[in-house]
Design a protein around this ligand. Structure first.
Ligand SMILES: Cc1cc2nc3c(=O)[nH]c(=O)nc-3n(C[C@H](O)[C@H](O)[C@H](O)COP(=O)(O)OP(=O)(O)OC[C@H]3O[C@@H](n4cnc5c(N)ncnc54)[C@H](O)[C@@H]3O)c2cc1C
Length: 414
């Protein structure tokens, strides 16, 4: 019978779990395999920041967030758009709300109740879980081979959905071990790179020792004419935080091309240049520069330290206009990208050219791919999870259709 195929889903993150749900709802036998001891570890981690599930902006604006991958993702996202994701969450008892920035969160502001209800639904659909199963490739008979605590296990599946994640936070499960397996199968994989990541700056010992962990807020960061307002955080090795992540793709690419990138930091984004210069155009008397900046420009200690850091490399004391210009556009030299292990997500992965419109790998028929392991990237704002859900569902539907066609072409002998 068509609906009773055995389908192996590999990867128990949001993309794999929604694929499992979709296939089980269509009557297939589904087993979800994962090498971790429990499902959805990164999903739970995303919940620590409030679980930004999706975004409420109009769909055409929403799709632009995926840059060059937008048109390849459009059919999947239009088939399971942000409203559908919100309704799905509500169906699991986790109604959502739109935050002031347009971002969408579940009221619980965490992933655990949603994941618990979801795993309950999957169990009631008959989905089985094979945890501590590390997928290591295929054997000669085309069976999936898993390393388990009890030894290697070979699994024959009528179709497979791979949803193995990217390369960030490997301790949560997505360690990119699949890259070598797919490359061996002849699939080209675009190198995995950090996305929504921090950057390295050669801080002085003062900044490193006294200000690591200090937020800079509010700030506006400017790179290549694009300004992002928000928060940044000084780290021992550089800078991270929401506003930095929003510019991380062009910054990362500029560093790859030129070795460094200069990020401009507006430390007083609420005050115009002239107003700031007027405030700074008053006698300093015997105040130190730091006291003067605190009083006249209302800068916090971490911001003052950054100004001092830049001025330490310049000669003389700036006048009011030059001081204001510096505070409104403080140049920081980024010397590298923080390690991918600490990035929110990764860019790169299986290129869209390697899959067909149904998310099936062209070189390995019957094997479908979904989620962050595909070659797309997006800023934070709910775009990551939305695309993982949408492609998970699209890959599941692709697998269903493929099995249906296969059944029609080769009907079982009576
Ligand atoms: C700190 C943090 C906060 C985040 N916050 C948000 C947010 O608020 N909103 C948002 O949209 N996104 C957020 N994200 C990103 C989001 O969590 C990911 O994009 C999403 O989880 C990716 O889903 P996925 O199913 O593709 O992969 P994953 O969730 O990474 O799941 C992949 C699964 O595959 C398994 N696996 C990998 N290799 C193997 C193997 N060889 N054998 C067996 N199993 C394997 C892994 O164990 C894992 O369970 C956040 C990420 C981080 C790190």
């Amino acid at each position: 019978m068509f609906g009773n195929n055995h389908i192996a889903v590999v990867g128990a993150g949001p993309a794999g779990l929604i694929a499992a749900e979709t296939l089980a709802a269509a009557g297939h036998r589904v087993t979800v395999h994962d090498h971790m001891a429990s499902a959805g570890r990164k999903f739970l981690m995303a919940g620590r920041g409030g679980l930004n599930l999706t975004h409420s902006e109009p769909i055409d604006t929403f799709l632009t967030r995926y840059g060059t991958a937008a048109e390849r993702l459009r059919p999947a996202i239009e088939a399971f758009p942000p409203e559908a994701l919100r309704a799905w969450s509500e169906g699991l008892g986790q109604a959502t709300f739109v935050g002031s920035s347009g971002r969408v969160f579940p009221h619980a502001m965490k992933a655990s109740p949603l994941l618990r209800a979801w795993l309950g639904r999957l169990a009631s659909q008959g989905v089985t879980f094979a945890m501590r199963h590390r997928w290591n490739g295929w054997d000669r008979d085309g069976r999936l081979v898993f390393a388990t605590p009890g030894g290697n296990v070979a699994v024959a599946a009528d179709a497979t959905v791979l949803a193995l994640g990217g390369a960030s936070w490997p301790r949560l499960g997505s360690d990119a071990s699949w890259v070598a397996i797919l490359e061996q199968a002849g699939v080209h994989v675009a190198p995995l790179k950090p996305a929504n990541c921090g950057f390295l700056i050669d801080w002085s010992p003062t900044i490193r020792e006294r200000f690591a962990g200090s937020p800079l807020k509010p700030v506006a960061l400017v790179f290549e004419g694009r300004a992002v307002r928000g928060e940044a955080m000084i780290t021992t090795t550089g800078l991270e935080g929401g506003a930095v992540y929003a510019l991380s793709a062009p910054l990362r690419d500029a560093i790859a091309a030129h070795g460094t990138a200069t990020l401009l930091v507006d430390l007083r984004p609420d005050l115009g240049l002239d107003a700031l210069a007027a405030r700074l155009d008053r006698p300093r008397a015997r105040q130190s520069r730091s006291t003067f900046l605190r009083k006249a420009a209302a800068l916090a200690p971490p911001a003052i330290a950054l100004v001092n850091e830049v001025l330490a490399r310049r000669k003389g004391e700036p006048d009011a206009a030059a001081f204001a210009a510096l505070i409104k556009a403080l140049p920081l030299t980024l010397t590298g990208t923080a390690p991918i292990a600490r990035a929110i997500s990764s860019a790169g992965g299986v290129p869209f050219d390697e899959i067909d419109a149904a998310f099936m790998l062209k070189k390995t028929p019957g094997v479908f791919v979904a989620g962050e392991m595909l070659d797309w990237e997006a800023p934070t704002g709910g775009y990551l999870l939305t695309a993982c859900f949408a492609t998970g569902m699209a890959a599941a539907k692709g697998a269903q259709n493929w099995l249906r066609h296969k059944a029609v072409l080769s009907p079982p002998s009576s």
